[in-house]
Ligand binder design. Structure first.
Ligand SMILES: [Zn+2]
Ligand SMILES: [Zn+2]
Length: 307
């Protein structure tokens, strides 16, 4: 990078984008990234006056950068409130460290942080759950989403913002195609809600047009400390293989990832329109949370392990 200069000002570059054939300095790279996120927000009308934005934070670089940017863009707006919500699943040696990062960041930004735990909400940590039924990612994914929706609604949030980046999004596009899961495919996009239900907090993904590597660089340049540890339960799987495949293709054919996202965004409105009668949402007969089934997935899983 030493000999690459910023295309705009000639200062030393911090990034060189292969598909673009240009380098950018810290200042111009940061401006571009912020502009891109603002564009995603504006184009999809993600934030409205009087919104209360609840940012789901994990201590990782994506959600920490998201909290930083939401605060930078909207922190001074008198009509918009921002809070952070973290879920402590109870994964020993992993989650407590990342929660510490979240605490430091929200303190630095002056944003209210709420931490909810599996232990307190469900009576068991994820470590205890997997001893009864070893499907860590199933339990974690379902119960996390359940708590994020329920708690952000109880906090009065009108938007639940998650740190999904462009790479996550493309991986999900591929995975849902590989699995033939049309309902999940339709739930992608910056503004993933297609079903309206008063108990569903509107989910938004402001970073979904920014590549993972660029978020990591932005975090580094702006002193956004993140926890880089890996969840001990993550062991390969389909997402891992799709991720490697996409990175390999991007390396060989720069710009491919952008093409995939752009193409998907052009198809999505038509797909959603065609499949609009897909899922009917009602309330779980056990806990009252919104679901497409008689008993929600969280209640079903909890019944499994509690007998
Ligand atoms: Zn520059
Ligand atoms: Zn339920």
């Amino acid at each position: 990078m030493a000999d690459v200069k910023c295309y705009a000002c000639g200062k030393p570059a911090v990034i060189y984008r292969k598909y673009e054939g240009r380098g950018w300095c810290k200042e111009h790279f940061s401006l571009q990234l912020e502009k891109k996120v603002k564009m995603t927000i504006r184009k999809n009308r993600l934030i409205k006056p009087n919104d209360k934005i609840c940012v789901a934070v994990s201590g990782g670089k994506d959600s920490s950068t998201l909290l930083y940017l939401m605060n930078k863009f909207f922190g001074k707006r008198p009509d918009i409130e921002i809070c952070a919500l973290a879920v402590d699943e109870g994964i020993s040696g992993y989650r407590s460290e990342s929660i510490n990062e979240v605490k430091k960041l929200s303190k630095r930004l002056g944003v209210e942080l709420v931490v909810v735990s599996f232990k307190k909400e469900f009576g068991m940590t994820l470590d205890q759950i997997v001893k009864k039924d070893y499907r860590p990612c199933t339990y974690c994914g379902v119960l996390r989403r359940y708590l994020l929706n329920k708690k952000s609604r109880e906090l009065g949030a009108t938007k639940l913002a998650t740190g999904h980046n462009m790479d996550d999004e493309i991986q999900s596009i591929f995975i849902n195609n590989l699995k033939g899961d049309i309902n999940r495919l339709l739930r992608l996009g910056a503004d993933p809600i297609i079903v309206n239900h008063p108990k569903f907090v509107h989910r938004i993904k402001p970073l979904r047009d920014v590549p993972e590597k660029e978020i990591a660089l932005y975090a580094l340049l702006h002193g956004i400390n993140a926890h880089f540890g890996r969840c001990p339960y993550v062991k390969g799987g389909l997402r891992f293989e799709v991720r490697n495949f996409l990175n390999h293709i991007e390396e060989k054919y720069p710009g491919t990832k952008y093409n995939i996202v752009r193409n998907f965004d052009m198809l999505l409105p038509a797909l959603r329109n065609y499949f609009k009668d897909g899922e009917k949402i009602r309330e779980c007969s056990k806990c009252g949370e919104p679901t497409s089934r008689e008993i929600c997935k969280a209640c079903e899983l909890l019944k499994n392990i509690k007998g």
